[in-house]
Write a protein that binds this ligand. Structure first.
Ligand code: ADP
Ligand code: MG
Length: 291
């Protein structure tokens, strides 16, 4: 690597908030053929909003009181959206006891003497809750690209809360630019298959790996590498850190999370998905000048 080429590439990137940690990150960028992108916060804004509340057996306001009490204790982005929606609806506040967080699945607590669970199908299955009464509504909401979370009260399915998280303005353009450069784009998410598939379709992403637990994201990257792909992993959150460390080019997007920046080879300061194809292009340009 000629020091001049590396300096030029590094400088070009830095002007756009595209920070390569070292010369080898630039060289690796030139050879990436697969870009795996986390959905929430990377392809989408990561600011979900409640769009629908379906209550069954319990009134809508009561359902919001119970779920918001649980979610007030959680740090999940979906939780914050449920809490602010309940507040906007003036649902009375209640206290949660025995809060437990189940990473990648949801959360639970005791509220007003009732056992409340909120999360995905796996959470409900693990607690032996029959979701048949709300399954059709859940599926219909998920098929529109919304994240549909299930609510159970005292062991029974009590509702569905749907949340929408808009795609970032440049996400589809970034995917098109990657494809144009012969790079495959893959979506990796803990969200459910139908929701992920719908958003991937909107963005032009062909491969979706959904319902992946935070601790399994790195293994999915390793599977692609084992199949011979050179993988960049783009993520924003603490739960992406192991996958970033595992990838050939770990890429942290957004200046937010130190935990994601630490293991990254490349940091995209601006939260703009278009900086992903731009970074790969800078890598290629650098490599050409080195030859
Ligand atoms: P992502 O990879 O999109 O960041 P997570 O792995 O954090 O997603 O969560 C996966 C799924 O688990 C969510 O889509 C949601 O259905 C459920 N879930 C997790 N935590 C919560 C919570 N606090 N409230 C509601 N649902 C949750
Ligand atoms: Mg995320």
């Amino acid at each position: 690597a000629t020091p001049t080429a590396v300096m030029v590439g590094t400088g070009l990137g830095a002007r756009r908030g595209i920070l390569f940690k070292n010369a080898s990150a630039l060289e690796t960028a030139a050879r990436i053929d697969t870009v795996v992108m986390d959905k929430t916060g990377t392809l989408t804004r990561g600011e979900p909003e409640v769009t629908d509340v379906i209550a069954r057996g319990t009134g809508e306001n009561e359902l919001l009181t119970l779920t918001a009490a649980v979610e007030r204790e959680s740090e999940h982005p979906l939780a914050a959206a449920v809490v602010s929606y309940a507040a906007a609806r003036h649902a009375p506040r209640a206290r949660a006891d025995n809060f437990r967080n189940v990473p990648g699945h949801g959360a639970g607590a005791t509220v007003n003497g009732r056992q409340v669970l909120i999360g995905n199908r796996k959470l409900m299955a693990d607690h032996g809750i029959d979701i048949a009464p709300v399954a059709a509504q859940r599926a219909a909401l998920a098929s529109t690209g919304r994240t549909a979370v299930l609510v159970a009260v005292d062991g029974r399915a009590a509702g569905v809360i749907a949340l929408a998280d808009a795609a970032r303005d440049t996400a589809a353009g970034a995917v098109a630019a990657l494809h144009g450069a012969g790079v495959r784009a893959v979506m990796l998410t803990g969200d459910n298959e139908a929701t992920a598939r719908r958003i991937a379709d909107q963005l032009g992403i062909g491969t979706v790996i959904a319902e992946v637990l935070p601790e399994d994201k790195a293994a999915k990257v390793a599977e692609l590498q084992a199949a011979g792909r050179r993988v960049a992993m783009v993520g924003d959150g603490a739960n992406d850190a192991p996958a970033l460390a595992r990838a050939d080019l770990g890429t942290a997007i957004g200046a937010g999370t130190d935990v994601a920046i630490e293991p990254a080879d490349l940091v995209l300061m601006r939260s703009d998905p278009l900086d992903v194809p731009t970074a790969l292009r800078i890598g290629k340009g650098t490599l050409r000048k080195m030859r």
